[in-house]
Design a protein around this ligand. Sequence first.
Ligand SMILES: Nc1ncnc2c1ncn2[C@@H]1O[C@H](COP(=O)(O)OP(=O)(O)OP(=O)(O)O)[C@@H](O)[C@H]1O
Ligand SMILES: [Mg+2]
Length: 277
Amino acid sequence: MQLRTRSCFKYCHAVKLKRAKRKISHRGGYKLENTFAVEIQGLTKSFKDFKALDTIDLNIKHGEKVVICGPSGSGKSTLIRCINGLEDFDEGKISISGNSQNPTKESFVSDFHIGMVFQQFNLFPHLSVIENLKLGPVKSLGLSEKDAETRARKLLERVKIPEQALKKPNQLSGGQQQRVAIARALCMEPKLMLFDEPTSALDPEMISEVLEVIVDLAREGMTMVVVTHEMGFAKKVADRIIFMDGGSIVEQNSPGMFFKKPQTARCKKFLKQILHH
Ligand SMILES: Nc1ncnc2c1ncn2[C@@H]1O[C@H](COP(=O)(O)OP(=O)(O)OP(=O)(O)O)[C@@H](O)[C@H]1O
Ligand SMILES: [Mg+2]
C-alpha cells in the first residue's frame, strides 16, 4: 500500500514536472537547434467544448510558401492566429525559428518578426497612410521619426502607391488599403508573413493588384503562410498546399500533385466546388 502511494506520488510529481517544463518552453526561453521557420507539434485549441484545432503538426522551412485552404470553419484562421500569438492554445508547441513561444503582442513583433495581413485590412482609420506605416517601427522598434518615414516611403513605392501617403484609409480603394496593410506589416521587417484571406473582401478587379504584390514578395524569398481560395495564385506561388477540415490537416502536397491527385474524398469534393465556382 505504502509502495503504491509512493509510486503514485512519483507519477504525479513527474506529470507536474512535465507540465511545468512544457509551460516554460511554451513561454519562451529555450533556443532549439532547428532549421524550420515554423515548427508546430500537437497544436490543439478549443473554444469551450468545441475543438477548433486538433493535434496539428506542421513544419515550414525558411523561404517556403505554404497555402492553406479548406471549408469555412475548418480552423484556418485559428491556426495562423495561434502562430502569431493572437490566440492562446491548449496543447502542443509552436516554435518560430527555434524559439518556443506563446508571445505577447509586443514580444512577438520585436522578437519573432511575424507580419500579419487580415481580410479586413485593419488599418487605423484616424491615421494617414504614412502614419499607419510609421507607428509600429517608431513605437515597437524604436526607430526615429525620420528613419521610419524613409522606410515607410520605400515600402509605399514597393506596393506601388507612393502617391497615397497622406490620405486616410477611407479615401482609398479596397485594393489600395490592402496594399497599405501589406506595406505596414513589411515596415516591421518580418521574417515570416501570414495572410488570412487577403483578397476575399475585394472586388474582382482589385484582387490581382494585391496578389501581384504578394507574388513579388514570394519571389524575393519571404517565408509565407497564405490562407486563400485563389487557386491560380496557389499554383503559381505555393511550394505546398495544405487542405484543412474539422480542425485537422487532412492532406498536403505540392501544387501539381494537390490538384492532379487529391488523396481524400473531402479534398476532391472541396476542389470540385471551388474550381467550378
Ligand atoms: N473566438 C471564438 N469563439 C468561439 N468559437 C470560435 C472563435 N473563433 C473561431 N471559432 C470557431 O472555431 C472554428 C474555426 O474557426 P476559424 O475562424 O479558424 O475557421 P476558418 O477555417 O478560418 O473559417 P473561414 O473560412 O470562414 O474564415 C469555427 O467553428 C468557429 O466558429
Ligand atoms: Mg478564416
